[in-house]
Design a protein around this ligand. Sequence first.
Ligand SMILES: NC(=O)c1ccc[n+]([C@@H]2O[C@H](COP(=O)([O-])OP(=O)(O)OC[C@H]3O[C@@H](n4cnc5c(N)ncnc54)[C@H](O)[C@@H]3O)[C@@H](O)[C@H]2O)c1
Length: 254
Amino acid sequence: MEFLNKVCYVTGAGSGIGKATALAFARDGAHVVVCDINAEGASQTGKEISDMGGEVLCLPLNIARPDEVERSIQQTVERFGRLDCAANIAGIAGPVSKRIHEYPEEFWKQQIEVNLTGTWYCLKYQLAQMLVNGGGSIVNLSSAAGLIAQPENSPYAASKHGVVGLTRTAAKEYATDHIRVNAVCPTAIETPMIMEGRRKLAHNPEARQAAIDFQAMKRMGTPQEIANVILWLCSEKSSFITGVAFAADGGALA
Ligand SMILES: NC(=O)c1ccc[n+]([C@@H]2O[C@H](COP(=O)([O-])OP(=O)(O)OC[C@H]3O[C@@H](n4cnc5c(N)ncnc54)[C@H](O)[C@@H]3O)[C@@H](O)[C@H]2O)c1
């Protein structure tokens, strides 16, 4: 019950890592704000939290729309009175694999808009509210592609490196306001994004094996394993940690 009665806001909570994180906060006693552009996914996560007796607010939200992000923080405060923790997990990986000279500008813009600008909007309104509260803890979902190259996916790598830069800058700017800001940088985690998205690993055994072999542990991570890191970084147990880009990678980058 590490998060008993804490107000924890999660984007991308309708699927994958975000869903596992929202459920984990609820199991640890939090009041959870479940946000996702996919309203159906969000309400399914919300139902699972209600079924376990948790307090939940479900909000359809496009993080690339500043007015929607601002409103979602207002709704959080109207319902629960404050904001203690935020996990900015929503993201997209782009639909194609191409080198830069062939990469469609349209998909570059989409990924920068959602992964980088969307995360900045979330930080902007969350930090403003945490200043009112007198503190808080924020975790941004970057990627191993925020630390090293991701060939044939330049906008993803650029946006996720940007999330690390935002995280470090926010950590310095708010360190004396009792607000910590950290990033998590996973390698391959078994979620719809990589199983059905750009690389379609569920349908391509060779690509799936390559994704598995990238980790020294020779397996992909689970959404729950990333949720565990996020909850730890949000909790008091990591009280001296801010501004880190924490690799959760099964030894890949070692
Ligand atoms: N799965 C991996 O291997 C992996 C590795 C490293 C980093 N990540 C990052 O983890 C995060 C979660 O990914 P996942 O693997 O759980 O994917 P997922 O596709 O299962 O979940 C992503 C969720 O984000 C939501 N979303 C997308 N765009 C949105 C927007 N504009 N506004 C609000 N919600 C939006 C989707 O509807 C979806 O529910 C992403 O930021 C991703 O880049 C994933």
